[in-house]
Design a protein around this ligand. Sequence first.
Ligand code: NAP
Length: 371
Amino acid sequence: MKRVAIVGFRGMVGSVLVERMVAERDFDHCEPVFFSTSQTGAKAPAIGRDVAPVAGAGDVDTLAKFDVIISCQGGDYTTEMHPALRRAGFKGVWIDAASTLRMNDAAVIILDPVNRSLIDDAIHRGVRDFVGGNCTVSLMLMAIHGLYQKGWVEWVSTMTYQAASGAGAKNMRELVAQMRFIGQSAAPVLDDPARGILELDRAVGQALASEKLPKDEFGFPLAASLLAYIDKPVEAGQSREEWKGHVESNKILGLRGADEIPVDGICVRIGAMRCHSQGLTIKLKKDVPLDELDATIAESNPWARVVKNEKPATLAELTPAAISGTLEVPIGRLRKLKMGPTYLGGFTVGDQLLWGAAEPLRRMLRIVLEQ
Ligand code: NAP
């Protein structure tokens, strides 16, 4: 049985990964050991069988002996440990959630319902680095890769509404702490129906401006507000999160040079807890009837689902609250836009911790274990 090191199991992605691996009985097919940079010697997470205590994630010699290392620890860890491990003779498969290695020629971005043939070809060629894609990119492709497969997509503009959990466990706690601070600050006004609405508005405004609002992680209020910049600047006014849309979607689809399909938009952090949403404008190469577009999306993979473009269905089924914790990737609000019959509008929601992070890693592990 292959020995699998799981690094970063305490984080947001790592926790969801372990939860999914238990649900899918992946641990029946491997010998797992859990690694942490801060909890060496602690009890390993409960996975329904005995496992060794948590090992130190900085121990190159120990890790180098594993058949597979899955890292959900983050980019700094990958930057330091991946080259060190390869230098130390680690010949196994490295499966990673961080973006560090994604655009390396020697690495494949994994999203097997979309690019299984690329993955199989890479394994055949001896590739050993497999990296999960950016969460919004993976979710966008899970929703509309059927349209790409038909050759109908000329370009995509994606306007994102990304949840706090996309930034990690500490940021999720901070969002809730901000909500509590605002709620407590506004409670005296809220609880007294005689007080005017402008008083309530002022109380919330003062809470958002207060020095006491917890904001060590985001740096600014996210609750009752939003942040229209994610990650660092790159070129031409784009943020790195926005840059990933084009480069990663094309790499996942195996499109290069003149075949690349432009993807661009604005990435925005909102006060949702979990699940990223995106408003899409898809420029089609030809006027495809809406029912044909719906059917193509619905048939593209078992998780993409078309939600009727009606208010009750949209409000009930196309929200982070409805989708959180599920593998479904619904897309709704599908309609031809005023710009013309080749402009398709849509709105999609997906749990970025599942298809956007943990699920492609888990499924890649199963592909490796079944070799
Ligand atoms: P995270 O929640 O911040 O966890 C990363 C590490 O932080 C943990 O493994 C843990 O390491 C440490 N940590 C410190 N304080 C913690 C606390 N209070 N609770 C839990 N862990 C704590 O990061 P993440 O969101 O899982 O992201 C991991 C990687 O996946 C990143 O490279 C990220 O870019 C990528 N990714 C994330 C998402 C997402 O939606 N979050 C999606 C796609 C890709 P020790 O045990 O060593 O202390």
